[in-house]
Design a protein around this ligand. Structure first.
Ligand code: ATP
Ligand code: MG
Length: 270
């Protein structure tokens, strides 16, 4: 039976699902370092990389794999205000919601942290940290210093690399780990497995070196960009299949379709 281009298109929806994780060489190394750090006396870890390199997925995976074994917590949406941040921290520490009119001073958290040194190893995964002001990062550092809380922050870097220039992240207290774009062989594995994981082996086999080279040239191995391009390509394919079925080729994905998708998504100027 022919496999559906609609399913293939949906395989490249840019969402973060823990089951989608593929242990590509680069990300596997970072994953292992992160795991090793969980029990070691490293307090502040910054996971950084360009947008779309898999930071959120990585934190998700760590949370998912350790949530039953460790005192681990995931703050996945950025918290706008200090007040909200400390409400969340309260919830993490006590397992309960703070009353609406409740207030606990920062010093109390620090005192608690010191008291728990050696007794608790609270791990907080915090995504989108580029949004947090330096002042809050400084408080996070002070909480880490108490010895009972470990923070793993992820943040994206823009092309001019301004993230690491952010004064707080320059300090040596940070252990820094970078997630990078895929090289071409990782990109092949990524595309192939993303389709295979959804049972689309016939479609996965429609890619050959020429197609991969083109995808790599457009996306530079960025996963999100790759999703964008292939989503669009399968959308075009889908259109042909339902409107001009006699024009559909089922051997290799025609370069023409990839090029059309690249134009549509802005990788190629016309
Ligand atoms: N190792 C991987 N295996 C499978 N899919 C991956 C992997 N890394 C990234 N992806 C996919 O790439 C897309 C982008 O990943 P993600 O959202 O985690 O990037 P990000 O680094 O958090 O980006 P941003 O900085 O914009 O938040 C997602 O669809 C994700 O599923
Ligand atoms: Mg993210």
């Amino acid at each position: 039976m022919m496999q559906s281009f609609t399913d293939a298109k949906n395989a490249f929806i840019d969402e973060v699902r823990v089951d989608d994780y593929i242990g590509l060489e680069g990300s596997r190394l970072v994953y292992e370092k992160l795991i090793n750090s969980l029990d070691r006396d490293i307090k502040m870890i910054l996971l950084y990389g360009e947008p779309g390199t898999g930071k959120t997925l990585m934190l998700n995976r760590i949370y998912h794999n350790f949530r039953h074994q460790k005192d681990i917590h995931f703050i996945d949406t950025p918290i706008g205000t200090k007040k909200e941040f400390y409400r969340r921290l309260f919830q993490i520490i006590t397992g309960q919601m703070m009353p609406v009119d409740g207030h606990i001073s920062f010093d109390t958290y620090v005192e608690y942290g010191k008291k728990m040194n050696g007794k608790r190893n609270i791990i907080v995964l915090l995504d989108e940290a580029q949004i947090y002001p330096d002042e809050m990062l400084e408080e996070i550092r002070m909480l880490s210093d108490t010895g009972s809380m470990k923070f793993i922050l992820s943040a994206h870097m823009t092309e001019d690399g301004d993230l690491l220039a952010k004064s707080h992240f320059q300090s040596r207290i940070w252990e820094k780990l970078e997630l990078k774009n895929a090289d071409i062989s990782e990109l092949k594995t990524y595309v192939y497995k993303r389709l295979l994981n959804r049972g689309l082996v016939d479609i996965a086999n429609q890619f050959a070196d020429r197609q991969y080279k083109f995808i790599f040239k457009c996306t530079k191995g960025n996963f999100r960009e790759c999703n964008k391009l292939l989503y669009s390509a399968f959308e075009i394919y889908e259109y042909y299949e339902s409107n001009k079925p006699d024009k559909v080729e089922y051997g290799k994905i025609p370069m023409k379709i990839l090029e059309m998708a690249a134009i549509k998504t802005g990788f190629i100027d016309v």
